[in-house]
Design a protein around this ligand. Structure first.
Ligand code: TYM
Length: 337
């Protein structure tokens, strides 16, 4: 594989190893990552440094990082086409993160909704990393001069923050960073909890019925969809405000089948929610089955995974260190010879 094809635009995205990916991660991000591999130079990474903002048992964190790497490959990310790596394996992220910290303002970081949400969820661990998280994320993106960042809608604010910090840096020290744009999938950008469809489906939800893990088996998936919260008027119609549960199931079904909301309404006209939930659940189970099988195969080949991680780390470091060196020069750090 060539280092980079100059004529292709750069796509970059990351995912935290805080648990098995959810259907939200998959439909909101990873599924589209796979489809972008032909047309772009794609760089995907496991954001293990970001995961340090949450307390996880260290042994578990290591396991989850390896699993997350295998999951990306199982979801169809191909290391022959894309660069795949673990964030902490490339030291440039931590260094650039600090430079970005020093270009970020307390006020703008205080306005981040993810910080507010996470501080509420973990009141006993509101660490400084949780607060400066967007600065580390800005560094991740700017290090690779990414053109587009495919993410779910929950990351919009962090992308705007990245553009603001890059603009400030370019203005203060001279133009070096490309301003990245978000890239949101048409369907699936916001997958909600199956039990509370007004909050997003999240890896850290304590109610297992609320979340589909991409490694859930068919029986579990069908059971969870059967108990998904809907409403009492028995009409399959897209209306997020008044019918959040049904609209969420339609979003999921649309993201998997490519059908429009009108087509879905037509398909289930005159049928009950029972049929609807069963069909959506089956579509999800069929989509996830090959991923689960591939994941099991990959997890049995540790040597292969380790070799791919090493290859990814080397290439990521080569690319990122060019931008990092420029940034260090611009801010006036004395470079070692
Ligand atoms: P993370 O690990 O929370 O989520 C990974 C991706 O999944 C998307 N996502 C969702 N999409 C739709 N519906 C949902 N319910 C849902 N839940 C999660 C997220 O939008 C994301 O695209 N900060 C990032 C990781 C990161 C990153 C980066 C991403 C670190 N550095 C640089 C892009 C570029 C995060 O916590 O993702």
């Amino acid at each position: 594989m060539s280092e980079e094809s100059a004529e292709k635009k750069i796509i970059l995205s990351g995912i935290q190893p805080t648990g098995v990916f959810t259907l939200g991660n998959y439909l909101g991000a990873v599924k589209s990552w796979k489809d972008l591999q032909e047309a772009y130079n794609c760089y995907y990474f496991i954001a293990d440094l970001h995961s340090l903002t949450i307390h996880i048992d260290p042994v578990k964190r290591r396991q989850q990082t390896r699993q997350a790497f295998a999951l990306l490959l199982a979801c169809g990310i191909d290391t022959e086409k894309s660069l795949v790596f673990v964030q902490s394996h490339n030291k440039c992220h931590a260094e650039m993160g600090w430079i970005m910290d020093c270009c970020s303002q307390f006020g703008e970081l205080s306005r981040m909704t993810q910080f507010k949400d996470k501080s509420q969820k973990h009141p006993d661990n509101i660490n400084a990393g949780l607060f400066t998280y967007p600065a580390l994320m800005a560094g991740d993106i700017l290090l690779y001069q990414a053109d587009y960042v495919p993410v779910g809608a929950d990351q919009t604010q962090h992308l705007e923050f990245t553009r603001d910090v890059a603009t400030r840096f370019n203005h203060t020290y001279g133009e070096i960073f490309k301003l990245p744009e978000g890239y949101f999938p048409k369907a699936g950008a916001r997958v909600m909890s199956l039990q509370d469809p007004t909050s997003k489906m999240s890896k850290s939800d304590t109610n297992p019925k609320a979340t589909i893990s991409i490694l859930d088996d068919e029986k579990t998936i069908l059971r969870k969809f059967k108990s998904a919260v809907t409403d009492s008027d028995a009409e399959v119609r897209y209306d997020v405000e008044n019918k959040p549960g049904v609209s969420n199931l339609m979003t999921i079904y649309s993201a998997i089948t490519g059908k429009t909301m009108d087509e879905i309404t037509g398909e289930f006209r005159g049928k009950g929610y029972g049929d609807f939930k069963q069909t959506v659940g089956q579509a999800v189970a069929d989509e996830l089955k090959p991923i689960r099988e591939k994941f099991d195969e990959l997890m049995n080949d540790r040597a292969f995974l380790d070799a791919e991680m090493k290859k990814g780390a080397e290439r990521a470091t080569r690319i990122a260190s060019k931008t990092l060196t420029k940034a260090k020069k611009r801010v006036g750090l004395l470079l070692e010879n």
